[in-house]
Design a protein around this ligand. Structure first.
Ligand SMILES: [Zn+2]
Length: 435
């Protein structure tokens, strides 16, 4: 019999009451603050005008809200002014042992350094992701990604060591070679982006390989949101014959979110992070809005009240898994700056994805926005197979109109003709003039 304890990394912290959790968070924060205020130029300079010179100034989570936000623009400007790493460094250069950078889909990539201590912290955060999904030490984990300078899967790899599972790197391979590696090693856990999980399944199908009956029993989706969308999750689970779990994190922040076996919302790892949700316009606390995160174990290059740019919605009642960590409904809904306004209606790309993925007849898709005369028009190109394309296009268009209240022109295209992605899929193109 499985002990339920198996699924926690630290049962005490994960299930302790909210008040006690807040105390633990503040204690961790104060320890970190003492070290930062001693020698981190970026945060010393930032906090001095607010009169914060000692960790004793922050005794509660309410006190924390007096601190100014940290933004990506600020970090970018700092690294540009003092290249290559900026001034958010608590220690001398020699103390750092790892370097990664953001994938830079918007603006300059941020470079981020970790000390041995903070790299261990990353591993611990990922261990929570694995534990919550039910990954055990006898699992064999395959990492289907290129092992470039992007942190996501390096840290996942580190975390696998933390729970004593077997790690199999999938860098420098074609999709076909990766499928073969999965079969050869009897892989039980697949870690990749949600888009790539679907792509791999597609390649397996083309090669007449029955991936549903492989040993893979769990997939963990990282690197981009999507696995919390019911349509996408169901699609991945059916393609792989496995349970699909969402994960969220960012290079500069850490591996902050995981899904438990209740699969009902994305937990924030509040043992290692302090999370807030704010109205992005006013900065006031909100139930739905922008996620603001403070990491508690990355002293070497920390982030305090960082505006992640992720749109999220807090869930109310506690989770049936027993954790007291807060949950986000539907995971990361999208990037705040990704929301598009079509004829006055706010649309997140994820909402379209969720609809498209519900139909097994579809493959990849692409959305283009145009302004024709004075009206916005949305075009959705979808790969279609095993059905009559025009009738099917009408069906999808109806579904989008019913669900989102917008009219969309659906254009069926042959299977395999739209771009494939292995990291950070970009399916939305806005051709409208910015005015
Ligand atoms: Zn849970």
């Amino acid at each position: 019999m499985h002990s339920h304890d198996n699924f926690y990394l630290d049962r005490f912290i994960e299930t302790v009451g909210r008040d006690a959790l807040a105390e633990i968070q503040i204690k961790k924060f104060q320890i970190m603050m003492d070290r930062i205020l001693e020698s981190n130029e970026f945060y010393r300079t930032k906090f001095a005008p607010a009169g914060i010179t000692s960790s004793e100034d922050i005794k509660t989570l309410d006190d924390l809200r007096r601190l100014p936000f940290t933004t990506k623009q600020e970090l970018s400007a700092d690294q540009e002014a003092i290249p290559p790493y900026g001034t958010n460094l608590t220690f001398t250069r020699g103390k750092y042992t790892r370097i990664h950078q953001t994938s830079g889909t918007t603006g300059h990539p941020l470079r981020w350094l970790d000390t041995e201590e903070s790299w261990q912290w990353w591993g611990r955060c990922w261990a929570s992701v694995y534990k919550a999904a039910g990954v055990q030490s006898d699992d064999r984990i395959f990492f289907a990604f290129s092992f470039g300078p992007f942190i996501g899967f390096w840290s996942a790899y580190e975390g696998a060591h933390f729970i004593n599972a077997l790690s199999i790197p999938g860098g420098g391979m074609s999709s076909y070679q990766r499928i073969n590696a999965i079969l050869t090693h009897g892989v039980t856990v697949l870690v990749c982006t949600p888009t790539y999980a679907l792509h791999l399944a597609e390649v397996a199908e083309e090669q007449n390989i029955d991936i549903r009956n492989s040993d893979v029993r769990i997939t963990i989706q990282a690197g981009e949101p999507g696995a919390s969308l019911p349509g996408t999750k169901a699609r991945i689970e059916s393609a792989w014959g496995a349970k699909c779990y969402d994960h969220a994190g960012a290079t500069e922040v850490g591996a902050w979110g995981f899904e438990c076996q209740a699969q009902n919302g994305l937990h924030v790892n509040e043992g290692e992070f302090i999370c807030e949700v704010i109205n992005p316009e006013t900065g006031e606390s909100a139930n739905e809005g922008e996620l603001v995160i403070t990491n508690l174990g990355r002293v070497g290059m920390p982030l305090i009240r960082y505006r992640t740019g992720d749109r999220v919605k807090l869930m109310g009642e506690p989770c049936s898994c027993g954790r007291s960590f807060r949950r986000l409904e539907g995971g990361v809904i999208g990037r705040i700056d990704q929301v598009v306004i079509v004829r006055g209606i706010n649309v997140f790309p994820s909402a379209i994805e969720n609809i498209v993925r519900r139909f097994p007849e579809t493959g990849e898709f692409a959305v283009d926005l145009y302004r024709r005369k004075i009206l916005d028009e949305m075009e959705l190109r979808i790969e279609v197979r095993n059905t009559e394309p025009q009738t099917f296009a009408t069906l999808v268009a109806d579904e989008v109109r019913n669900a989102l209240g917008i009219r969309v022109k659906v254009i069926p295209v042959p299977f395999g003709t739209l771009p494939r992605f292995d990291l950070k899929a970009r399916r939305f193109t806005d051709h409208r003039e910015v005015n």
